[in-house]
Design a protein around this ligand. Sequence first.
Ligand SMILES: [Zn+2]
Length: 104
Amino acid sequence: MLKLLTRQTCPSCGGARVRQHPPWAQFWREWKARKGTHVELQDGSVERWFQSQGHDQLPPEEVLCEICEGVGEVDGTISVPDLARLLKAADNGFSGEGPGVPPR
Ligand SMILES: [Zn+2]
């Protein structure tokens, strides 16, 4: 079956090329859950929290997106029938997201 190559904005990072580092995401979740203060962000509490999680120093807040590997876009394929369905949906007002991230 004929397929066409596609390229779309990475659905994981939204094209930003980076994502929040998972330990930082956990830190911010916990900080919000216990209603942390802005003072805590400057009094060494952040460093102590990361040390308690096994980090000798603060990790970077962002890491390269693992889905697009820092490109901001993902490549895929779409079959002609699927493309026809997308175009028909566009005619009906669908704004148009692509077929999604191809399986790796
Ligand atoms: Zn990405």
